[in-house]
Design a binder for this molecule. Structure first.
Ligand SMILES: N[C@@H](CCC(=O)N[C@@H](CS)C(=O)NCC(=O)O)C(=O)O
Length: 234
């Protein structure tokens, strides 16, 4: 049996890989990498990009959420992580690429505006532009969810990716009232057993880190777990 190890941190996009692993059901281990410590030389030696998720399968490293879950879907076809069929498979890949390259960078700007422009007084404007870009993205998803429960015919890991971008955008201060279908999708998705197990792990690992005092330096606005626990970012 393959040795699988996920380097991750609660609340980050590594949740999508965690859900995929829970869905597959094969044994795996996890190692926490605090996001503000992703530049540690020890971690950089494993992943020079300094990002989670980082997945090892039998000592071979894999990065980038879309690539990782596509690889896992191919290794474990019985888990039906992704929709199959002509046109649909590539559409799912396009949707995940859009989440990674369209939504995620705007979420990061909303969350950490000073990483993108450190001119004094620019943070509010950077955040406003990021929020506007995200609004445009979620409008398209809201429209897509009008006549469907999931993004494709059945639940897939693409829904777990949507849950994460929604959770992180909402938790980073995006106004959500225009997107009731996205909010309902998130709640439905959180009921799925694989997702619930991943969220339980986020909540318990994060509480353990907080209680152990090992999170010194971690950004205070970090939020983990279920969307119902989100509190507005100051
Ligand atoms: N394109 C990557 C993005 C990975 C990424 O940005 N991960 C964030 C957490 S959501 C991270 O590790 N951040 C560490 C840092 O910014 O220092 C993917 O889709 O997996």
């Amino acid at each position: 049996m393959a040795q699988i190890e996920l380097f991750w941190f609660p609340g980050t996009c590594s949740r999508v890989t965690l859900v995929a692993l829970e869905e597959i059901g094969a044994p795996f281990t996890t190692t926490l990498v605090s996001v503000d410590r992703a530049s540690d030389p020890e971690f950089l030696a494993l992943n020079p990009k300094g990002r989670v998720p980082l997945l090892f399968i039998d000592a071979q490293p894999f990065t980038e959420t879309t690539a990782i879950v596509t690889h896992l879907a191919r290794l474990h076809p019985q888990a039906r992580l992704l929709p199959t069929g002509e046109g649909v498979e590539i559409d799912a890949l396009a949707t995940m690429s859009w989440f990674a390259a369209g939504f995620h960078p705007s979420i990061t700007r909303l969350r950490y505006p000073l990483r993108f422009c450190d001119t004094s007084g620019s943070a509010d404007r950077t955040r406003a532009l990021a929020a506007a870009a995200l609004h445009g993205c979620f409008e398209l998803v809201e429209r897509r969810l009008r006549d469907r429960e999931w993004l494709y015919d059945a639940w897939s890991v693409v829904d777990a990716y949507l849950l994460w971008v929604w959770f992180r955008a909402a938790g980073s201060g995006m106004e959500t009232s225009a997107f009731p279908l996205c909010a309902a999708h998130a709640q439905r998705c959180e009921q799925r057993p694989s997702v619930a197990r991943a969220l339980d792990r986020e909540e318990s690992d994060y509480s353990r880190l907080l209680a152990g005092g090992t999170l010194a330096g971690t950004l205070p606005s970090n939020q983990v777990g279920r969307t119902s626990a989100l509190t507005p970012v100051a």
